[in-house]
Design a protein around this ligand. Structure first.
Ligand code: TPP
Ligand code: SF4
Length: 296
């Protein structure tokens, strides 16, 4: 056997749709790195992949759902969370994961993020924060650090940036964490933990966009981004989220900040409805038990 006959099987290969690869992501982009941690976490936790669905919105990060070999939904911009909510309510047995960008989840879809956290909807949200609207050419987003340069803020942004972990914590999320694309092992472990927890779980992944954010802010290439994350990051588990603001050049506080128990939406609904609770509305129950032969 020659060495060219050797096939090294990557354990996460089966979790990726091989026919969709190579991805659209630029060299040095952090999105793929996070997907690797995510795939490893799914495998390690032995999650039932037949009962797992992934939902993304639009953007470079929104492409993740299309590359995962899971039941996946690539929804409209900003609407990944309401779509995921509907999925969970319609089939409570599903593990529902939202994987999308900061622009998608926290700007156009910002209201959904707040209310899903408030309701403690049982979904895991992985937010890739590259601090910019990357797919459309590097415009400023709600997360763009104040004074940073972008396509739409050539003299630096005048707006204060939104701190996502603080926002979802205040809204009621039961698990909140932040890592960077440099922290692959820590991210994997946090994802494993979050996959097993019930309620609204939010993980922010700071991810380099060498093509727009790095370049426009003279932050160097992807390697430089990793060195920068390494140098600036401070691991502080349990840190109050109001102390985790991200500022240009300032410290990056990472870790698991919130891990609390709170009744999730469906559990509360079932408890309040008591004997009146039914998994399906009565007419649908009839429909299901009769066995539907019609196309509907
Ligand atoms: C309703 C609507 N508005 C605007 C757009 C254009 N659009 C597509 S992707 C995108 C930005 C995505 O940014 P983000 O979610 O941060 O993802 P990234 O590309 O940075 O990974 C925008 C504004 C759209 N597709 N639909
Ligand atoms: S434009 Fe930025 S976020 Fe999009 S794939 Fe390229 S590096 Fe990644």
């Amino acid at each position: 056997m020659s060495t060219t006959d050797l096939h090294v099987h990557n354990p996460v290969e089966d979790l990726l749709r091989q026919d969709r690869i190579p991805t659209i992501w630029c060299p040095g982009c952090g999105i793929g790195t996070s997907v690797n941690s995510f795939a490893h976490a799914l495998l390690k936790q032995n999650i039932d992949l037949n009962k797992t669905a992934i939902v993304s919105g639009i953007g470079c990060s929104g492409r993740v759902s299309g590359y995962m070999n899971l039941d996946s939904f690539h929804t409209t911009h900003g609407r990944a969370i309401p779509f995921a909510t509907g999925l969970k309510l319609a089939n409570p047995e599903l593990n529902v994961i939202v994987y999308s960008g900061d622009g998608d989840l926290a700007a156009i879809g910002g209201n959904h993020l707040i209310h899903a956290a408030r309701r403690n909807m049982d979904i895991l949200v992985v937010c890739i924060n590259n601090m910019i609207y990357a797919m459309t050419g590097g415009q400023a987003a709600a997360t763009t650090p104040s004074s940073s340069v972008s396509t739409t803020t050539p003299y630096g942004s005048y707006e204060p940036e939104l701190n996502l972990v603080q926002l979802v914590d205040a809204a009621g999320a039961c698990f909140v964490a932040r890592w960077t694309a440099y922290h692959v092992m820590q991210l994997e472990r946090t994802l494993e933990k979050a996959l097993k927890k019930k309620g609204f779980r939010f993980i922010e992944v700071l991810s380099p966009c060498p093509t727009y954010y790095q370049r426009k802010n003279n932050m160097g290439d992807a390697l430089q981004a990793m060195l920068d994350y390494k140098k600036r990051s401070k691991i502080q588990h349990g840190c109050p989220t109001w102390e985790t603001a991200l500022t240009p050049g300032g410290p990056i506080i990472v870790g698991e900040f919130v891990d609390r128990e709170r009744e999730d939406y469906l559990t509360r609904m079932r408890r309040q409805l008591g004997p009146h609770y039914s998994e399906f509305p009565p007419q649908l129950e009839e429909h299901v038990s009769e066995g539907c032969s019609k196309e509907c």
